[in-house]
Design a protein around this ligand. Structure first.
Ligand SMILES: O=P(O)(O)OC[C@H]1O[C@H](O[C@H]2O[C@H](CO)[C@@H](O)[C@H](O)[C@H]2O)[C@H](O)[C@@H](O)[C@@H]1O
Length: 254
């Protein structure tokens, strides 16, 4: 083990074995969610920086022959690039898969802006709540609302605003109203297919990652980060363990 997370502990034996197995398969797709996986969850989304060692581990993986590394996020791609600071030949998939091979069209932005206008006064009425306007959705954040009854009430109100043309994406202390029906599972299958990958490693922590865990074939390696029910086949506790996992995989690829 040569990476910075070498001393943080051990991975479960079945996960270590699965990593050793997948490392021998090419082309290999290694894909990861961002918030809660490569970066700890914090109150202000613009302050969610990567955990120490994450950038280095991704850089090692992407340098390996026959390996593609994808960052797959609910964030818009521009935001994800800025907040992560990651630089390298990565595939960037944002807005839960709606941004697959470039920015979205202006027509979607007009629908999103109308939605943001409706939600803004509801959010402004709840101290600590935050409205995040993204390329294909508007997110109502309640992580910093201390009055939990008010937080639940706001999420209910936001839910009620949604008409059937929108896709609701509940997440950790957030409800997103999306103007596309994109999801991470569909985007990952598309990328897997485009690359002709014979195996995928996917790491995620939230409800929107379950779309990916559910659709990836049984030979793929899926990892839930943190607690909660999941369709993933493996689990690690936190972003520090994610770095250990990525370094272990990079060692096996060497
Ligand atoms: O798909 P992801 O990369 O995991 O992005 C999911 C959402 O992440 C962000 O919100 C979450 O992280 C925030 C910062 O730690 C936290 O304050 C918030 O409570 C979490 O829900 C981001 O702001 C959203 O746009 C992403 O969809």
């Amino acid at each position: 083990m040569s990476g910075p997370a070498a001393a943080t502990g051990a991975l479960p034996a079945d996960l270590a074995e699965a990593l050793a197995d997948v490392a021998g398969r090419r082309p290999l797709l290694v894909a990861s969610d961002y918030d809660g996986v490569l970066a700890p969850l914090v109150g202000d989304p613009s302050a969610a920086v990567p955990v120490p060692g994450a950038a280095g581990a991704l850089a090692r993986l992407v340098a390996a022959d026959g390996v593609t590394v994808a960052l797959v996020s609910g964030r818009g791609v521009a935001d994800l690039r800025a907040v992560s600071g990651f630089e390298g030949p990565y595939r960037w998939i944002g807005s839960h898969g709606a941004e697959y091979d470039g920015p979205l069209t202006g027509e979607l932005a007009a629908r999103r802006d109308a939605l943001a206008e409706r939600l803004a006064p509801l959010v402004a009425a709840v101290p600590g709540a935050r409205l995040e306007v993204k390329p294909a959705s508007v997110a109502v954040h309640v992580r910093q609302v201390t009055d939990r009854v008010a937080a639940a009430g706001l999420l209910e109100q936001a839910h009620a605003v949604a008409d059937p043309s929108l896709t609701l994406k509940p997440g950790k202390e957030v409800l997103e109203l999306a103007v596309t029906d994109a999801d991470k599972g569909t985007a990952l299958l598309r990328l897997r297919d485009d690359l002709g990958a014979v195996a995928t490693v996917y790491l995620g922590d939230d409800r929107t990652d379950e779309d990916a865990f559910r659709v990836l074939p049984p030979g793929d390696l899926t990892v839930k980060v943190g607690e909660g029910e999941t369709a993933a086949r493996h689990r690690v506790p936190d972003p520090a363990a994610v770095v250990l996992l990525l370094e272990t995989l990079a060692d096996a690829l060497d």
